[in-house]
Design a protein around this ligand. Structure first.
Ligand SMILES: Nc1nc2c(c(=O)[nH]1)N=C([C@H](O)[C@@H](O)CO)CN2
Length: 128
């Protein structure tokens, strides 16, 4: 399985359950791993044949900047659905972090996996 990824995509948004959190924008950070077969893009050297990580990032920035969720769970689930539905991604792992939200920790948040993980290509090389 090949993966196209985005690491530490920072977006400012309204997020949180407390009154003060409804008043100020906070920064969330996304890590995304998206299953995508890169063989055709590598063969043709053509952006049209791969998952454009810049296009994914722009879509998620727009979505998250305009959102006002209470929970990181809701934001993560809806961001994952956008990537799967609009970018034809069959499997992804998404980490959504809220830096500094809990005193004493660097960040807190959720990690979700959605979809069917493609079989690893490694199996083709095993069995002698
Ligand atoms: N599982 C979760 N726990 C908590 C969340 C959350 O979104 N998911 N949110 C908060 C507060 O908004 C917190 O981030 C403020 O510091 C608390 N726990």
């Amino acid at each position: 399985m090949d993966i196209v990824y985005i690491r530490d995509l920072k977006v400012d948004t309204i997020i949180g359950i407390y009154d003060w959190e409804r008043e100020v924008r906070q920064t969330v950070s996304l890590d995304l791993e998206m299953a995508f077969d890169i063989a055709e893009a590598a063969r043709t050297d053509n952006i049209e044949h791969t998952l454009n990580y810049k296009a994914v990032a722009k879509r998620l920035i727009g979505f998250i900047e305009g959102s006002e969720f209470l929970l990181v769970e809701t934001m993560a689930e809806q961001a994952a659905a956008i990537v799967r539905d609009e970018f034809n991604v069959s499997w992804l792992r998404l980490r959504l972090s809220k830096p500094g939200a809990v005193r004493g920790s660097r960040d807190v948040g959720v990690i979700i996996e959605r979809g069917d993980r493609p079989a690893s290509g490694a199996a083709a090389f095993s069995g002698g």
